[in-house]
Design a protein around this ligand. Structure first.
Ligand SMILES: O=C(CO)COP(=O)(O)O
Length: 254
């Protein structure tokens, strides 16, 4: 359950899914984002980079945030295949995910790299969604809090504020598996993250939103979103269907 001062954010990470034929699904999300839902919940969609421009154009004036799934730390240069924060902003992107566990695992991204990317996002005035989370082995070994504490310390920029940064707690073992932590475990981790944010950023740390991610679906969203210090969700698979994504958004609105 989010504090009244923190507007919940429900974000859809499409990962490497979506062709131009998927645009109508996004258009349905944009069409439904009005009235009470818009008043009480922020919505964001992170399509693959190929769809960023068209989605950002489709949401203009409606307020669904569109963002990229990764960025290079620098503004420009000889980095074949990379996209800079400034390029994301240039086509109307408002946010970027950094440090997703799939990038940390597939591309060897360290906390220092994630932090540099987040700093690049702030430079380009993008909202940085910074991901942290432990593996199954780390949780079973009783190290979940330590691991996440280290990731937080290393991945968040010094200049982080509630307006520029969102933290997403995504236990690696819950991503795409249908498994989720218990509500008590989610509340414990979110409370721990909140304490670390407050210790480092003072009153601003109490305002930074903390999302839960990992197998969030319409059937479990209300329960997970009701846990203490859960300020929304970062949704993978269930964000690909407008109906499911909107059902999760409505669960955050209650
Ligand atoms: O990684 C995720 C979002 O970034 C979560 O993915 P799933 O919702 O498919 O488990």
């Amino acid at each position: 359950m989010s504090d009244a001062a923190r507007k919940p954010l429900v974000a859809g990470n499409w990962k490497m899914n979506g062709l131009s034929a998927s645009a109508p699904e996004f258009v349905r999300i944009v069409g439904a984002y009005q009235g009470a839902l818009k008043e009480v919940v922020d919505l964001a969609v992170f399509p693959p980079a190929t769809l960023l421009t068209s989605f950002a154009t489709a949401t203009r004036g409606v307020g669904v945030l569109v963002g990229a799934q990764d960025c290079h730390p620098e503004a420009s240069g000889a980095h074949t295949g990379d996209i800079s924060p400034e390029m994301i902003a240039d086509v109307g992107g408002k946010a970027v995910i950094v440090g997703h566990s799939e990038r940390r695992a597939d591309h060897g991204e360290t906390d220092a790299i994630v932090r540099a990317k987040a700093e690049g996002a702030l430079r380009a005035r993008l909202l940085a969604v910074i991901c942290v989370g432990e593996t199954r082995e780390e949780r079973d070994g009783g190290k979940a809090l330590d691991v996440v504490g280290t990731q937080l310390a290393g991945s968040l920029p010094e200049a982080a504020t509630a307006a520029t940064v969102v933290v997403a707690y995504e236990p690696v073992w819950a991503i795409g598996t249908g498994l989720t932590p218990t509500v008590d475990d989610v509340a414990e981790m979110h409370g721990f993250i909140r304490a670390r944010l407050s210790a480092r950023f003072g009153p601003e740390g109490a305002k930074i939103r903390i999302l839960y991610g990992g197998s969030v679906k319409p059937s479990n969203a209300a329960e997970l979103l009701a846990a203490a210090d859960v300020d929304g969700a970062l949704v993978g698979g269930a964000s690909l269907k407008a109906d499911d994504f909107l059902a999760i958004a409505r669960a955050a609105a209650r």
